[in-house]
Design a protein around this ligand. Structure first.
Ligand SMILES: Cc1ncc(COP(=O)(O)O)c(C=O)c1O
Length: 434
């Protein structure tokens, strides 16, 4: 169907389709009183087609040969296929290509087959899954761990089970990942966000509300996915001396990246964190989510987290990849040293050129653009120059905070970093970002 000639779509005024942020389409529709879902879908699709035509549609591009530090990338915006340096992938240690990890996954398929066929509670786990839970619990400094099929479902499942119903109250950092917020909404608990990484604001909200609830859960990330900033975990843990709450920390962007395995361990706060969660799709280059905690809380989640009860478990090959990745992290500590040197180098250079990279220290490096049109146009120019990265736009972040996000992994070479910096400097000047 030719969307632009659709009768319904003619009724909707989506200004400047070619540069309109796709995230605003729903708002445009609502403002015009349009709630019919087919019409809203057509409006979304029309913006996507228009942006694809002009080349600024920057989503859903894909690699021809899987994730790597460089390779052929196919644009879904009619920009063709391009040899690119690849920056959107969270495989911090590039273990998806490590021969030991690849061999372990292949061997596991031969022994355990593909897929699990059912959830853990009804017999979907194998001895590999049990081994992984034990080893993850150990790394995360807790007695037990519970393995979910993804990081997303771990947060949704765990949070909705731990703070069930209106006698519970959840306080979460305003910049928490969507999986945390979805878990909060599903829980049926009362909830409030607190100011980003602001322990004083959290303290004020605990003082005002905590006493009125049976259970209070505080949820934060150890490192925030959109900025790469570390959470003020010590200050948050200190609040436990004054208030009675359970603390849940999502270590998606720090797990396996420190010699102590987690940021909670590195900061010496694990004992005061009730739930240490991570996804296994990043440093361990597989899939899965895990929550490490006490045996009793594990049992509660086994029985009450629908994402655990009613979702097939991770395939054995992916569990084998997790275990092999943990072996490699233990046996090749130089990977961590090398990653962190590259992080220091790239962050320092980007700052030196004049880019605003925020306050973070992690391998997630944001480059703030702060103007949505510039973000789309500069993103297109970057792709044309062989740099493939993520444009983080509204509604994921506020309009004033739109940015590119570079995710460094250990297999990025200094040559690739330098070439990226050259392109960024050239385009940053052209588009007035620096
Ligand atoms: C902080 C955080 N938590 C959870 C998730 C979900 O993990 P997964 O994509 O592996 O399901 C992500 C994914 O990016 C994340 O950044």
């Amino acid at each position: 169907m030719d969307i632009d000639s659709s009768e319904d779509f003619q009724k909707i005024d989506v200004a400047n389709k070619a540069t309109r942020q796709i995230g605003l389409v729903r708002k445009d529709c609502l403002e015009q009183g349009i709630v019919d879902v087919e019409t809203v879908a057509e409006a979304y699709h029309a913006v996507k087609l228009d942006q694809a035509k002009t080349g600024i549609w920057c989503y859903d591009n894909f690699t021809e040969g899987g994730s790597n530090s460089s390779g052929l990338v196919r644009s879904s915006a009619h920009l063709g296929t391009k040899e690119c340096i690849i920056w959107p992938i969270n495989h911090y240690l590039a273990l998806n290509r490590h021969p030991k990890v690849v061999d372990a996954a292949i061997d596991a398929i031969r022994t355990f087959g593909t897929g699990c066929g059912t959830s853990a509670m009804s017999g979907g786990h194998s001895s590999l899954h049990k081994l992984a839970e034990k080893r993850l619990a150990d790394w995360m400094g807790k007695e037990e761990a519970i393995l979910f099929p993804t990081g997303y479902s771990a947060n949704v499942g765990a949070i909705s089970a731990l703070a069930k119903g209106p006698s519970c109250f959840i306080l979460f950092d305003r910049e928490c990942h969507a999986s945390i917020i979805d878990g909060v909404k599903l829980s049926g608990a009362k909830f409030l966000p607190f100011r980003h990484n602001d322990a004083d604001d959290l303290n004020r909200k605990l003082e005002k509300y905590a006493a009125s609830y049976e259970n209070v859960l505080v949820v934060v990330e150890s490192v925030y996915s959109m900025t790469g900033e570390e959470a003020c975990l010590r200050e948050i843990v200190d609040l436990k001396h004054r208030h009675n709450f359970l603390l849940f920390v999502d270590e998606a962007h720090s797990f396996g990246l420190h010699s102590d395995r987690t940021l909670c361990n590195k900061l010496g706060v694990t004992e005061n964190v009730d739930f240490v969660m991570t996804t296994l799709s990043k440093s361990t280059a597989s899939i899965g989510g895990v929550v490490a905690t006490t045996p009793a809380f594990k049992t509660l989640m086994q029985v009450e987290a629908n994402a655990y009860l009613f979702q097939a478990s991770i395939p054995p090959s992916d569990v084998a990849a997790i275990l092999a990745a943990m072996d490699v992290i233990e046996m090749e500590p130089q990977l961590l040293t090398s990653l962190w040197s590259k992080v220091g180098y790239m962050r320092g250079k980007l700052k030196g050129i004049g880019f605003d990279t925020g306050e973070g220290t992690s391998p997630i490096i944001p480059v703030f653009v702060r103007d949505s049109d510039t973000l789309l146009k500069m993103g297109q120019a970057m792709y044309e120059d062989g740099i493939f990265t993520t444009s983080v736009a509204y509604p994921v972040v506020k309009h004033s905070e739109v940015r590119f996000r570079f995710i460094l992994n250990e297999s990025h070479t200094y040559d690739q970093i330098d070439r990226t910096l050259d392109v960024m400097e050239k385009l940053g000047r052209k588009f007035g970002v620096i």
